[in-house]
Design a protein around this ligand. Structure first.
Ligand code: GSH
Length: 207
């Protein structure tokens, strides 16, 4: 059986968990915090979560795990069939990570962990996040899902990335991240109503 390493508050961990739940693939949860120590680095070379253990070895990086799960061919498809549509889903996943998740993360220390970040970092994050949202507005379809009429991995990335980035932007940057993207609010509600998302949220709350 697949083993999923991570912890219930990690948004990246929850992305892979939601994908496994959506596909109805059984997995064992291995409660793991990111670390730079011990044998975990042999499993996840950057010490990050999530990490997936398969019968052949370990896989890290969420988008790569998505591709692996899809290639297993089990459960409902979370990628379109056509090469072009697939590329558009991967484009959104990459844009969400590079231009929303990562700039927001520069301020996570202050938003969620009791630390402080410099005004320079905040100014940079504001500019980057604004550009990131404009990028997603151009690429996303929101009809009703982010890549079109079908639920895909890009929705999963959107759900767990934009929610946390939005909370961070509000707390630390005084910014309503989705002010210019009302479509995103409707999509967030639609995604949150899925059984998989509700299970992830319940486990997160319990954890
Ligand atoms: N690019 C990685 C990012 C994963 C990531 O940043 N996970 C966080 C937890 S939500 C983590 O492990 N942080 C610890 C660290 O950055 O060292 C992926 O796609 O899985």
């Amino acid at each position: 059986m697949l083993k999923l390493y991570g912890f219930t508050v990690s948004n990246y961990f929850n992305m892979v968990k939601m994908a496994l739940l959506e596909k109805d693939i059984d997995f064992e949860f291995v409660d793991t915090k990111p670390t730079q120590e011990g044998d975990y680095l042999a499993k996840s070379p950057m010490g990050k979560v999530p990490c997936l253990e398969t019968s052949e070895g370990f896989i890290s990086e969420t988008d790569v795990i998505f591709d692996y799960l899809e290639d297993l061919g089990q459960g409902q498809a979370l990628m379109p069939a056509s090469a072009y549509e697939k590329a558009k889903v991967r484009e959104l996943i990459k844009q969400l990570e590079l231009y929303i998740e990562l700039p927001a993360r520069t301020c996570f220390a202050e938003a969620f962990f009791g630390g402080t970040v410099s005004e320079e970092t905040k100014d940079k994050a504001r500019v980057s996040l604004k550009k990131g949202v404009e990028c997603i507005k151009r690429t996303g379809k929101f009809s009703p899902y982010i890549a079109g009429d079908t639920f895909t991995y890009a929705d999963i990335m959107f759900m767990y990335s934009v929610s946390l980035a939005g909370a961070c932007a509000k707390r630390v940057l005084g910014m309503d991240l989705l002010e210019d993207l009302p479509e995103a609010k409707a999509l967030s509600e639609l995604l949150a109503s899925r059984a998989s998302a509700q299970k992830v949220a319940a486990d997160q709350k319990a954890g």
